[in-house]
Design a protein around this ligand. Structure first.
Ligand SMILES: Cc1ncc(C[n+]2csc(CCOP(=O)(O)OP(=O)(O)O)c2C)c(N)n1
Length: 272
């Protein structure tokens, strides 16, 4: 059984990287990155067959962060996993840096596809999963979406197309934090009941707390059942920092030096 305390500690370290990177770079989307930390930690450090020694192997699992604006969390995970030099995190979002604000495909370092234009990661993941099936390969594809991406028609086209193909090597996770860039998800589009919608399209759906490894791991590791899988992960935007949680302001606002100090103090106090 996975060591939950070790995963929680990993998530805490990743949150500290995210906050520091966003503050140094004066970059937006800190709350978006904090929202998906446990999801990415579970994938990169427990569930997905992935790591520096596997990065160039064709049988690695593919992880796609479709909500590419949360790239700070992705880079922090890749650094912690040994795929990136941790010193490179200091260059996040700087001119000329390889760690651009939106991730560019770089399979050597574990970035499977370029993302940032919302709504495309699922379609790309479906194509990869179909390729694996047609080739008789065992690897799986994990795609992390935001709820805002579920506003996009391309997502529902992929949702419709996939179940008849029986792509049970595809696991889609919605980081359902209920906030988008300028308002709440329900103000912007009527997403609820989101789980029922995916179920109606023929997906195998679980609905969980996306910050709780006890719920995340079984949902992500469920045995294949002939259907693509949708994990609706209820999350909190800005999770882990009291003054950022659920506050829309932190979609765009970068943490100042003082914000960073307060946030790191909170995380240092926390028991893992
Ligand atoms: C196609 C497209 N339209 C608009 C944007 C600008 N944009 C960046 S993040 C975002 C919405 C953020 O909300 P959500 O997608 O729910 O992600 P969260 O930050 O809450 O995880 C928007 C509209 C984009 N990246 N791509």
């Amino acid at each position: 059984m996975a060591d939950r305390a070790a995963l929680r500690e990993r998530a805490r370290v990743i949150r500290k990287h995210v906050l520091t990177m966003s503050s140094v770079a004066r970059a937006p989307h800190v709350a978006s990155a904090l929202s998906c930390v446990e999801i990415l930690t579970a994938l990169y450090f427990e569930v997905a067959r992935f790591g520096p020694e596997l990065a160039q192997r064709p049988d690695r699992d593919r992880v796609i962060l479709s909500k590419g604006h949360a790239s700070a969390a992705l880079y922090a995970c890749l650094a912690e996993a040994g795929c990136l030099d941790p010193a490179a995190l200091a260059t996040y979002a700087a001119d000329g840096s390889e760690l651009a604000e939106h991730p560019s495909r770089d399979t050597l370092r574990g970035i499977e596809v370029t993302t940032g234009s919302l709504g495309h990661g699922l379609g790309l993941g479906v194509g990869l999963a179909l390729g694996a099936k047609l080739g008789g390969e065992q690897w799986r594809v994990f795609v992390v979406l935001s709820d805002g991406e579920c506003n996009e028609g391309s997502v529902w086209e992929a949702a419709l197309w996939t179940p008849p193909q029986k792509l049970d090597n595809l696991i889609m996770i919605v980081d359902f934090n209920k906030l988008q860039a300028t308002g709440s998800s329900t103000q912007i589009t009527a997403l609820e009941p989101l789980a029922d919608k995916w179920r109606a399209f023929g997906w195998d759906v679980s609905e969980i707390d996306g910050h709780d490894f006890d719920q995340l791991l079984p949902a992500l590791e469920r045995a294949p059942c002939g259907k693509p899988r949708a994990v609706i992960a209820h999350t909190i935007k800005g999770k882990g920092v009291s003054f950022m949680e659920g506050d829309l302001e932190w979609h765009y606002r970068p943490p100042s030096a003082d914000d960073l100090r307060r946030a790191l103090d909170e995380l240092s106090d926390r028991q893992s």
